[in-house]
Design a protein around this ligand. Structure first.
Ligand code: PMP
Length: 350
């Protein structure tokens, strides 16, 4: 339709799992529902709230709890309806017409979308070789050439599972004139937390989420951590009442389960490594080393594996086009789910 903005004319929805499968190894979720660790009293505390009233639009007590967890002050935090909302809001707050967002390919596709919907442009810096490792110097050069407003660094990176060297990130922050957004959605699996950078640099934003290690993808709670100057504007830019009362209360409660979360995150990261080690035993599968709860593989049998898995009721992430067309990303499930996955792969590969 002629009335649509150019960016929306050929827009395609973000790919999500629509069919019904027995085993989802698709969206890097946590297979363990931590909610079941709550006591009945705790569940009652969050079920019987004043749902006739609007939520706390400032998420005050959740910010306090998360500030304590992340090691910053509540004034450094913006809460989002998932970190997806925050990525979109960051685009909205920083981009003027046509300005560039830079990231490293392959990475989370929302960064490109952030640029598109905010009337900006996206440039994905390609890896130098098949290792798919991002190169900080290439990013710095491109960001300066294009006068990028925003640089997204996904650490650890989705979908490669790689961990960035901290010196490389600091180098990018110091050698560009951009706002550097470090997305640590999978940080807990790798045992990293760069929230302190928000205190040291006022052009840095750290993104966090409860969707992965904290097992709360269905609650939609994400965080941006930044200087007070940036946080004040992000807090104004998110939708009023963007995080509902239930999610605020449940999120606060789940933060009290951080020790349990850490144990589960460690187990899941170990399962992802195990998947990698098992898959590497097959001729014709290249495995990318991972520090996360998922593993990326390259194989020219990717389509056969994907279809055989589907027939067995198992969904993994395939990529129809671009740089990753020969790749599959597998999220670690429970040990028995992973074993079911490996059985199907071994049938295809034998
Ligand atoms: N960042 C990365 C790197 C992700 O992989 C995801 C989820 N796929 C998100 C952010 C979004 O997470 P959420 O909106 O659930 O917080």
């Amino acid at each position: 339709m002629k009335y649509f903005r150019e960016a929306y004319k050929n827009y395609s929805a973000y790919e999500t799992a629509d069919d019904v499968y027995d085993i989802y190894l698709y969206a890097n979720e946590n297979p363990i529902n931590l909610f079941i660790t709550l006591t009945d009293d705790e569940k009652d505390d969050i079920l019987f709230l004043d749902y006739n009233r609007y939520p706390d639009s400032d998420c005050r007590s959740l910010k306090e709890a998360y500030a304590d967890y992340a090691g910053v002050l509540p004034e450094n935090i913006t809460v989002g309806n998932g970190s997806d909302e925050l990525i979109r809001v960051i685009g909205d707050v920083f981009l003027e017409n046509g300005e560039y967002v830079i990231s490293h390919e392959p990475t989370f596709s929302m960064y490109a979308r952030c640029a598109e919907v905010a009337r900006g442009n996206y440039y994905g810096v390609m890896p130098r070789d098949d290792s798919l490792r991002a190169n900080a110097d290439d990013i710095i050069a491109k960001a300066n050439e294009l006068k990028a407003k925003l640089i997204f660094i996904c650490n650890p990176n989705n979908p490669t599972g790689e961990l960035w060297d901290e010196e490389d990130i600091i180098k990018i922050i110091k050698n560009t004139d951009s706002v550097v957004v470090i997305d640590e959605a999978y940080g807990e699996f790798a045992g990293i937390n760069s929230a302190y950078l928000a205190n040291e640099y006022n052009n840095v934003i750290i993104l966090k989420t409860l969707s992965k290690a904290f097992a709360m993808a269905g609650m939609r709670v994400g965080f941006a951590i930044a200087s007070k100057e940036i946080s004040d504007v992000l807090n104004m830019a998110v939708d009023t009442y963007n995080v509902n009362t239930f999610s605020q209360a449940a999120a606060k409660l789940m933060l009290t389960r951080k020790d349990k979360m850490r144990i589960i995150a460690k187990d899941l990261a170990a399962e992802a490594k195990r998947l990698g080690e098992e898959l590497a035993k097959f001729d014709g599968i290249t495995v990318y080393p991972t520090v996360t709860n998922f593993v990326l593989i390259k194989t020219d049998k990717n389509k056969e594996i994907y279809e055989a898995l589907k027939k067995s009721g198992i969904l993994v992430r395939g990529y129809s086009k671009g740089l990753l067309s020969d790749y599959l990303r597998i999220s670690a499930g429970t040990r028995s789910e992973n074993d079911s996955f490996l059985k199907v792969v071994s049938e295809v590969m034998s």
